[in-house]
Design a binder for this molecule. Structure first.
Ligand SMILES: CC(=O)[C@@H](O)[C@H](O)COP(=O)(O)O
Ligand SMILES: NCC(=O)COP(=O)(O)O
Length: 266
């Protein structure tokens, strides 16, 4: 373990206590890379974005190294890992190729997510219950080199129970259905999804009090408050909407605005 990792681990324990009331903000910077890849040039730099987000108060940086490399590239992962002062959360599919990369980079967190080639963004949660032997072994191989492992799952009892059995250090509850209901102003559906997420947090707490509970996907300044108020959520990972805000107000201000939205109702 490097000195940085020891400090990060100590901070994690400390943060766990305080964040039970106030979730942390992990900023997903995939779409800084999307903009760069649109032209195949070297700017804007995801590394510069990550460092600016940290300066503005982000508690961690999330990047998703997709198998098709549509945004974040391998070089970004190595470069960002070297220079972050908070924690990297590396999202990836549970493939053999990604396992090798993660074991070299050693991010603080790996978050295992499902991937489909044709999707615009992650459509559903990982089917942990359907691939228990593979994931149990995969998680152990990451943990063996000191990486903490999170599983991106739908808020379903079956998946939560499977995540505990597989030995995950954390789960990240997929908030996409809640966010999509808000986009089409379906308030009943939004409330039902919120209830489902709250219930999932309770189920996870009852199943394993040491497992961290994160949430994310599709969160915006308009819909984040209700999720951030749920007791027991450790961290929210937010990307697309925050980067969209940054186009108008700048990245640092967008981070500050998102943190404010998490802590006070609009
Ligand atoms: C797993 C998840 O919800 C997202 O963070 C994911 O990274 C989305 O992928 P895109 O950034 O490619 O939309
Ligand atoms: N895991 C969710 C995430 O990192 C950000 O998702 P989004 O805000 O880009 O939808």
């Amino acid at each position: 373990m490097t000195n940085t990792t020891v400090v990060q681990a100590a901070n994690l324990t400390e943060n766990l206590e305080s964040s039970l009331k106030k979730p942390l903000l992990g900023v997903n910077i995939d779409h800084v890379a999307t903009l760069r890849q649109a032209r195949g040039v070297s700017y804007p730099s995801p590394l510069a974005a990550a460092l600016l987000c940290e300066q503005a108060g982000a508690d961690g940086i999330t990047i998703h190294l997709r198998e098709d490399r549509r945004h974040i590239q391998d070089a970004d992962v190595y470069e960002i890992a070297e220079q972050l002062t908070t924690r990297m959360n590396l999202e990836m599919a549970a493939t053999t190729e990604m396992l090798e990369i993660a074991r070299k980079v050693k991010p603080f967190w790996v978050c295992l997510v499902p991937e489909k080639r044709a999707e615009l963004t992650t459509e559903g949660g990982l089917d942990v219950a359907g691939q228990m032997p593979w994931l149990t072994d995969y998680i152990a191989k990451l943990q063996a080199v000191g990486i903490k492992v999170s599983l991106f799952i739908d808020p379903e009892d079956k998946q939560i129970a499977a995540a505990v059995t597989c030995g995950a250090d954390a789960i990240e509850l997929h908030t996409g259905a809640y966010a999509e209901a808000g986009l089409v102003c379906n308030i009943d559906k939004m409330n039902a999804e919120l209830t489902r997420i709250k219930q999932a947090v309770r189920t996870a707490q009852d199943a394993d009090s040491n497992m961290l509970i994160n949430a994310g996907h599709g969160l915006t300044r308009d819909n984040v408050y209700a999720i951030a108020q749920i007791n027991g959520i450790y961290e929210l990972n937010i990307g697309h909407a925050l980067i969209a805000d940054a186009v108008f107000v700048g990245l640092e201000q967008a981070v500050i605005m998102m943190k404010n939205a998490m802590h006070q109702s609009a």
